[in-house]
Design a protein around this ligand. Structure first.
Ligand code: ADP
Length: 468
């Protein structure tokens, strides 16, 4: 009802200005100097009925649209390359500065001399859009959450998954903003290029002809056509873009390498190597956090790091997983596959719990296999999470639910060692007990190192206490 009311008001305002325009045109009584909306509408309909109307529109659309899409493709590709290789960004920096600072008109004239009018609108549309997309791609990729990237490193996530699940969400808002600006710009500069280059059967040429014949109504009618086509083009591109942005498939690519260890069928792991930490030192800004730390963990053992806050528990776990480097000492026997709960949840916010858990696993092997794994995860997760929260984006879940998703991701990852940094933070007593029990049932002979500041957890997990 409110929407209808608003639309009605907008129509009245539009009609009011049309009325003013028409009155002004009648008073001016000079259709060359000021033509009225009625004449413009007539010219527009006449244009529409001409056999060459759609070829003209299509010609401009093809040139400017193709330039736009080529720029989008090249900008994202080159932006991604420059993001991963700093020297490429450095080499391209002067080119981008030139592209952004030289006036469009200079480019139009230069390209006209070099290549003629044939592909002028395509090239101009490309040159206007490309630097925008390039710069925004680099900025978007740089904005990817560093903590999530660390999580991906610990879980050994594939490059494809990182690209799709971590970099893509960071890139999309930048690209959307850039598309909004670039779409309008590509049309304005593309049609200007057509006018200067007198591109045959194009919107620009028709605008120019209208000027030559002092056909003001025609000029307005072709301008309206240009605005309409550019508006529809913008809507279509943004719609496709949003479809892509909303696409949230579960991970399922990559080669399937047999049942990930740690998930069904249940079995106890064969004892592997001991994990040894020898003479580890760590200092932050002159403050010693770990001093000559020595710890040996038996394969399949359960260890609980208990120490007050600030004693260095997280630091030690980070050194173990390679996220931090110790100043001295060495670590031996650390398995490749690590499942970790970090101090923070480090979840992919837009994706649901099942997807977040699957991201920690090695999946793949086609649709059937993907579904089988998703069903397995759903069944496992419902042991400690309400079923209805499994399919919501995790940003909508409570702190305690998110913590349990992080715990499930580590447990079901198929890792050989589990490193859990205060995994029960934010859980009430009942959920804490249930989660601890689930953890015990699903350890399956894996080595566990968990930090906590609660003494009772040692008893709960029947773990060996390690103090710092
Ligand atoms: P815990 O996990 O036991 O609470 P942490 O390992 O997080 O303790 O921190 C131990 C000490 O190291 C704290 O005093 C903390 O301020 C300091 N610290 C941790 N990480 C950094 C860092 N990246 N830079 C500087 N100081 C740090």
């Amino acid at each position: 009802m409110k929407g209808t009311h608003k639309r009605g008001r907008k129509t009245i305002i539009l009609l009011f200005w049309m009325g003013i325009w028409q009155v002004a045109a009648v008073l001016a009584d000079n259709p060359i100097l000021l033509t009225g909306p009625v004449r413009v509408l007539r010219a527009f309909v006449e244009n529409l009925l001409r056999p060459d109307f759609f070829p003209v529109v299509f010609h401009s659309l093809a040139g400017i649209g193709l330039g736009f899409f080529l720029a989008l493709f090249a900008g994202v590709l080159l932006g991604a390359v420059a993001f991963s290789m700093v020297w490429v960004e450095e080499i391209l920096a002067p080119v981008m500065t030139v592209l952004k600072s030289v006036p469009v008109a200079s480019f139009v004239v230069l390209l006209l001399i070099w290549f003629g009018a044939g592909r002028l609108s395509l090239m101009i549309s490309f040159l206007i859009v490309f630097p925008n997309v390039y710069v925004n791609t680099i900025a978007g990729l740089k904005s990817a959450d560093r903590k999530l990237l660390e999580m991906a490193r610990v879980f050994g996530m594939s490059r494809g998954r990182k690209l799709f699940y971590l970099y893509r969400p960071a890139l999309l808002p930048y690209l959307e903003g850039c598309l909004r600006v670039s779409l309008g710009m590509s049309w304005k500069s593309g049609v200007a290029a057509e006018i200067i280059g007198l591109a045959e059967s194009s919107l620009g040429e028709r605008l120019y002809m209208a000027k030559i014949y002092l056909d003001t109504a025609g000029l307005f009618a072709w301008t309206i056509t240009t605005v309409l086509v550019s508006f529809l083009f913008e809507k279509a591109v943004l719609r496709i873009f949003r479809q892509f942005a909303q696409w949230r498939p579960y991970p399922g690519f990559g080669l399937y390498e047999g049942f990930p260890a740690g998930i069904s069928p249940k079995r106890d792991r064969e004892a592997g190597d001991k994990i040894r930490m020898c003479h580890i030192d760590k200092t932050y800004n002159g403050q010693s956090v770990l001093r000559d730390l020595n710890l040996t963990m038996e394969a399949g053992g359960r260890y609980l790091l208990t120490a007050p806050s600030g004693a260095g528990k997280t630091t030690l776990l980070k050194i173990l997983t390679g996220l931090e480097q110790g100043d001295r000492g060495e670590i031996a026997g650390m398995p490749d596959r690590i499942g970790m709960v970090f101090q923070e949840d480090r979840l992919c916010e837009e994706y649901d719990a099942v997807c977040n858990i699957l991201l920690g696993m090695k999946t793949g092997g086609g649709k059937g296999r993907k579904k089988q794994l998703a069903d397995y995860v759903r069944a496992q997760a419902s042991a400690i999470l309400p079923a209805d929260c499994l399919t919501k984006p995790v940003r909508q879940l409570s702190g305690g639910m998110r913590r349990r998703v992080a715990l499930l991701r580590a447990l079901l990852s198929g890792a050989d060692v589990l490193i859990l940094d205060e995994p029960f933070t934010g859980l009430d007593e009942e959920n804490r007990m249930r989660s601890a029990q689930y953890l015990m049932e699903n350890l399956q002979g894996r080595t566990l190192l968990m930090s906590t500041h609660r003494e009772e957890d040692a008893q709960l997990l029947q773990a060996t206490r390690v103090t710092l």
